[in-house]
Design a protein around this ligand. Structure first.
Ligand code: HEC
Length: 183
């Protein structure tokens, strides 16, 4: 019975251009929703870890913690969700997190105009979800803000561990980077 009920919709979808556009739109919405749930959880976990580390040993300890664990954590979260997951940005601290592909740049340029998630498909037909990462909390400034907002020892550690760091001088609320998930 259920199949009979869906039949007319499937036929309509096959014959009617307008309906296939609707299918593309709803597929996009599905991907946006799925990507968002993974990115939101990953963001929450990273934030929890960095907050815990600051509480335990201040920003100096937290820098070392992020240096050793941030990439491992995103990799673990990726394998749990069976996706590829990373953070990318134009002003990266870790060189692994630079914008890598034309698709990254396309998504980034859109995000700079409008801070909203996007789905992009590259020339090989691979589908990517991108979600903005914003300097949403005062804590972010302790490691990505102006030199006056960061302790001397933390600044020193950042320059030791990341000699090519580009991730200072951000303002509260500014776009900092994006989650990138290969769907
Ligand atoms: C204790 C210091 C510290 C705090 C607080 C902190 N970060 Fe970071 N952040 C780092 C370090 C260190 C890295 C590099 C991690 C690595 O080596 O993978 C990093 C990397 C990132 C990246 C990946 C891109 C890049 O530049 O490598 C983003 C995005 C980011 N941080 C955003 C934020 C946001 C948003 C907040 C606030 C919610 C925040 N950070 C708070 C230290 C911090």
């Amino acid at each position: 019975m259920r199949y009979l009920f869906f039949m007319p919709f499937i036929l309509l979808a096959a014959c009617n251009n307008h309906s296939s556009n609707q299918i593309a739109v709803s597929n996009n919405q599905y991907l946006l929703k799925k990507g968002d749930s993974i990115a939101t959880l990953a963001q929450k976990i990273l934030l929890q870890k960095v907050s815990n580390a600051i509480e335990l040993g201040g920003t100096d300890y937290a820098i070392s913690f992020c240096n050793e664990n941030a990439l491992k954590l995103t990799d673990t979260l990726a394998s749990i969700n069976n996706v590829k997951l990373s953070r990318v940005t134009d002003r990266n601290r870790n060189s692994n997190n630079a914008l890598k592909t034309t698709t990254d740049t396309v998504a980034w340029n859109k995000m700079k105009i409008k801070q909203a998630s996007v789905i992009e498909t590259n020339n090989n037909g691979e589908v990517y979800f991108y979600k903005p990462i914003v300097m949403a909390m005062p804590t972010c400034l302790k490691c990505h803000g102006k030199e006056t907002e960061i302790t001397k020892s933390t600044l020193q550690l950042i320059s030791e561990k990341y000699p090519k760091d580009k991730a200072l001088h951000y303002n509260a609320g500014e776009l900092r980077g994006m989650w990138k998930i290969k769907m």
